[in-house]
Design a protein around this ligand. Structure first.
Ligand code: NAD
Length: 296
C-alpha cells in the first residue's frame, strides 16, 4: 500500500490529461473527473480511476487538483451543489492549477478555509509539451506549510516550482507570464512575415536567431508551428484572450501601464473575432499576415 496522498483530479484537457498521467507514473493513485467521456477513458487506460462526478472524485481524496479553463469553471466546480467544497473532507488540500484571476484565488482560499479545506493557487507555464515532459514552471500562492506538503507532488509535474507569496500571488505571476509570452509570439510572428517577404530562408533564419539574444523558449517551442503553418492547439487563442484580460485588469488595478501588452491584447481579440479562437496562439502569425496583405 502506497503512503502517498490520494489524488482527485478535476479537468482532464490538453494540460490535465498528461499532468495527471505523470502523477500516476510517479506512483500516485488518481481518481479523475472531466466533461469528455474519451478523456475519462484515457485516464483509466493510464492506470487512474474515472469518477462519475466531482463529488465521487473528491470524497476520499487527500489532495484535489483542478485544471479547468477559467474563473467561472473554477467557481462552478468549487461552489456547486455537487462541487468540491460540499464534498471534500475537512483537512484536504485543494491545488488549483488553472489560470484564473488572482481575486478568484483569494476568494476561493477564504471560502474553502471555512470548510477546513486548504488552498494553493498553482498555475503553470510550459505548454502542452511542458506538461507531457513534466518540466512545467509552477508559480504558487498560499501558505508555506501547504506549499511544503504539495512540493513532492508538484515535483512530479514540473521543474521550476516557486512559492511566490500569499494566495493569488501565483496567479499574478502567471498573468505576467502570459503578457511576456504573447508579446514574444507577436514579435516572432512579425519577424517571420518580414523575413519571408524579404526572401530569406526562414528555417535558417529562425535557427540562427534562436541561438542569439533573440532566442527564447517561445521560438524553440513554436518554430515548427510558424514554419509549417500548423496551428493545432497547444494553447488556444481563446485561453490567451482570457489571460490578456486578466493581466490588463490586474495591471490597471495597481496602476501599471502595459502599452505594448494592450496592443497585443487587441490583436489576440481580433484574431478571435475572426474565428481563430480555437487555434494555437502561434496563429498570431495569421493576424500579421492579414495586416501585411498575405493570403491566409
Ligand atoms: P482544455 O480546454 O483543453 O481543458 C479543460 C478541461 O476542463 C476539459 O477537459 C473540460 O472537460 C474540463 N472542465 C471544464 N468544466 C468542467 C466542469 N464543470 N467539471 C469538470 N471538468 C470541467 O484546457 P487546457 O488547455 O488544458 O487549459 C487548462 C488551464 O490551464 C487553463 O486555465 C489554461 O489557461 C491553463 N494553461 C494551459 C496551457 C496550454 O498550453 N494548454 C498552458 C499553461 C496553462
Amino acid at each position: 500500500m502506497s503512503n502517498l496522498p490520494t489524488i482527485a483530479w478535476i479537468g482532464l484537457g490538453i494540460m490535465g490529461s498528461p499532468m495527471s498521467e505523470n502523477l500516476i507514473k510517479a506512483g500516485y493513485s488518481v481518481t479523475g473527473f472531466t466533461l469528455e467521456r474519451d478523456k475519462l477513458d484515457r485516464l483509466a487506460a493510464a492506470g487512474g480511476t474515472a469518477a462519475g462526478s466531482i463529488a465521487e472524485a473528491v470524497r476520499d481524496a487527500d489532495v484535489i487538483v483542478t485544471m479547468v479553463p477559467a474563473s467561472p469553471q473554477v467557481e462552478a466546480i468549487a461552489y456547486g451543489e455537487n462541487g468540491i467544497l460540499a464534498h471534500a473532507r475537512s483537512g484536504a488540500l485543494l491545488i488549483d492549477m488553472s489560470s484564473i484571476t488572482p481575486q478568484t484565488s483569494v476568494d476561493l482560499a477564504k471560502n474553502a478555509a471555512e470548510k477546513g479545506i486548504r488552498v494553493l493557487d498553482a498555475p503553470v507555464s510550459g505548454g502542452e509539451a511542458g506538461a507531457v515532459e513534466a518540466v512545467l514552471s509552477i508559480m504558487v500562492g498560499g501558505e508555506q506549510a501547504d506549499f511544503d506538503e504539495a512540493k513532492p507532488l508538484l515535483d512530479a509535474l514540473g521543474k521550476t516550482i516557486v512559492l511566490c507569496g500569499p494566495h493569488g500571488s501565483g496567479q499574478t505571476v502567471k498573468a505576467a507570464n502570459q503578457l511576456i509570452v504573447a508579446v514574444n509570439i507577436q514579435a516572432c510572428a512579425e519577424a517571420v512575415v518580414f523575413l519571408e517577404k524579404s526572401g530569406v530562408d526562414l528555417a535558417a533564419a529562425l535557427d540562427v536567431l534562436n541561438g542569439g539574444l533573440a532566442g527564447s523558449t517561445v521560438l524553440t517551442r513554436k518554430k515548427d508551428n510558424f514554419l509549417n503553418r500548423d496551428f493545432k492547439p497547444g494553447f488556444r487563442i481563446d485561453l490567451h484572450h482570457k489571460d490578456m484580460g486578466i493581466v490588463t485588469d490586474a495591471a490597471r488595478d495597481v496602476g501599471a501601464a502595459l502599452p505594448v501588452g494592450a496592443i497585443v491584447a487587441q490583436l489576440v481579440a481580433s484574431l478571435r473575432a475572426q474565428g481563430d479562437g480555437g487555434l494555437d496562439h502561434s496563429a498570431l502569425l495569421r493576424s500579421v499576415e492579414r495586416l501585411s496583405g498575405t493570403e491566409v
